[in-house]
Design a protein around this ligand. Structure first.
Ligand SMILES: [Zn+2]
Length: 188
């Protein structure tokens, strides 16, 4: 069983390696950044961005989409653990592009008699989905106004990253943003 394998790997040394990697680290991520990406098992976030333990918060879900729970986590990450930047990475060949929200709901309803209370956030085009995610985070009332957000689509064949630019620039501030608090992000 895979679960038993995982525990065996922990016992065989995984636990010790993880403890060594976390030694001396504090909870706030050193790079003050949240990375939101898909749960796709082929995406090795640490390898992609050369991450070490303690550097970022990694949020993963089906698609790497902005959901209520992502907003919850980013808000806590910002308010309690001082992150200020969000990197969204969705990808080509995503499972969420293989069905529509209605199809999936129908399928579940047929099988269980119950329609799920949540939406799948399925998308046909990951670039549009990233754009939607950026827009959603920008207008969220709980995120800090100086939050920097960048979004990318990862090509899972070539591993090329394509930046998704929203209205004028990747780091463009939302129209309603109050004057930038200088030096605010320098608390690292
Ligand atoms: Zn995916």
């Amino acid at each position: 069983m895979a679960l038993d394998d995982l525990i065996a790997r922990y016992v065989a040394g995984g636990g010790r390696v993880a403890a060594a990697n976390a030694r001396g680290l504090s909870a706030p991520p050193a790079l003050h950044t949240v990375v939101l990406t898909c749960m796709d098992a082929r995406i090795d976030v640490s390898a992609l961005f050369g991450l070490r333990a303690g550097e970022v918060h990694v949020l993963r879900n089906a698609g790497g989409v902005v959901t209520d729970d992502v907003v919850r986590s980013v808000t806590i990450s910002q308010r309690k653990l001082r992150t200020r930047e969000v990197l969204i990475v969705q990808h080509t060949g995503c499972g969420l592009a293989t069905f529509t929200d209605d199809e999936f709901s129908e399928e579940l309803a047929r099988e269980t008699g119950i329609r799920p209370p949540w939406r799948t956030n399925a998308f046909a085009d990951p670039a549009l989905s990233v754009r939607r995610g950026i827009a959603q985070l920008r207008r969220d009332p709980f995120l800090l106004p100086d939050t920097r957000i960048r979004g990318y689509v990862l090509n899972l064949r070539t591993f090329a990253l394509q930046e998704i630019v929203v209205d004028g620039g990747p780091a463009a501030a939302p129209a309603a943003e109050p004057p930038r608090r200088r030096g605010y992000r320098r608390r690292r």
